[in-house]
Design a binder for this molecule. Structure first.
Ligand SMILES: CC(C)(COP(=O)(O)OP(=O)(O)OC[C@H]1O[C@@H](n2cnc3c(N)ncnc32)[C@H](O)[C@@H]1OP(=O)(O)O)[C@@H](O)C(=O)NCCC(=O)NCCS
Length: 175
């Protein structure tokens, strides 16, 4: 298996965002956007508290993993792990997760957790995670970037702007 695992760069973000934005499992609540806003992903590049790795084969990105690190608590949560469908079931996610775990060990992290459901539980179990208690995910968006409805309206505004309709014109129509 010829692959390369490296830290994410700014140039990778549009590709990663396209991969993640429609993944049903990444949705945590109806009114919260499904994946991270692209601008937030950009902010994760080269940061101490995020271990964001991409995996590539022949210079093509086939997956990624995002670890959310808390150094004080010695803990990391796997926020997302993703492999493009045509490369699944070939052991790539296992390798990516192993690499993340190894890097976390060297940073002194002592506990790793992940949210999981359905068959993905088996993926984590096969990678030595223990299935823990079940909880409800509780979300509260403090910024419009994370609110699905607002994002839908913004999209509409942009589409209509392309059709030479101004934002103020639209607001007048709606209010
Ligand atoms: C979950 C995911 C990352 C697994 O990727 P993958 O490259 O297919 O996984 P691997 O091939 O490395 O699998 C490793 C082991 O887990 C098992 N496994 C992987 N995905 C599984 C699944 N969905 N259900 C059951 N077992 C699974 C494999 O059978 C393999 O075990 P084996 O070696 O005994 O055969 C991939 O299915 C994916 O991107 N899903 C969409 C995003 C997602 O749900 N992410 C997880 C939560 S953030």
């Amino acid at each position: 298996m010829n692959y390369n695992i490296r830290k994410v760069t700014l140039e990778d973000i549009p590709i990663i965002w396209k991969m993640g934005k429609d993944v049903p499992f990444f949705e945590t609540a109806e009114d919260i956007i499904t994946f991270w806003p692209e601008s937030v992903l950009n902010d994760c590049v080269d940061k101490e508290d995020v271990l964001f790795l991409v995996m590539e084969v022949e210079n093509k990105i086939l997956g990624f993993i995002i670890g959310n690190i808390n150094n004080s608590l010695k803990k990391c949560e796997v926020e997302n792990i993703f492999i493009v469908p045509e490369y699944r079931k070939q052991g790539y996610a296992r390798i990516l997760l192993k690499d993340l775990i190894q890097q976390l060990r060297t940073r002194g992290i002592e506990n790793i957790c992940a949210m999981s459901e359905g068959s993905v539980v088996d993926f984590y179990k096969k990678n030595n995670f223990t299935k823990g208690n079940q909880f409800y995910w509780m979300d509260l968006a403090l910024s419009d970037r994370f609110k699905k409805e607002v994002n839908k309206w913004l999209l509409k505004i942009f589409v209509r702007r392309d059709k030479k309709t101004t934002v103020s014109h639209l607001l007048k129509k709606w209010i």
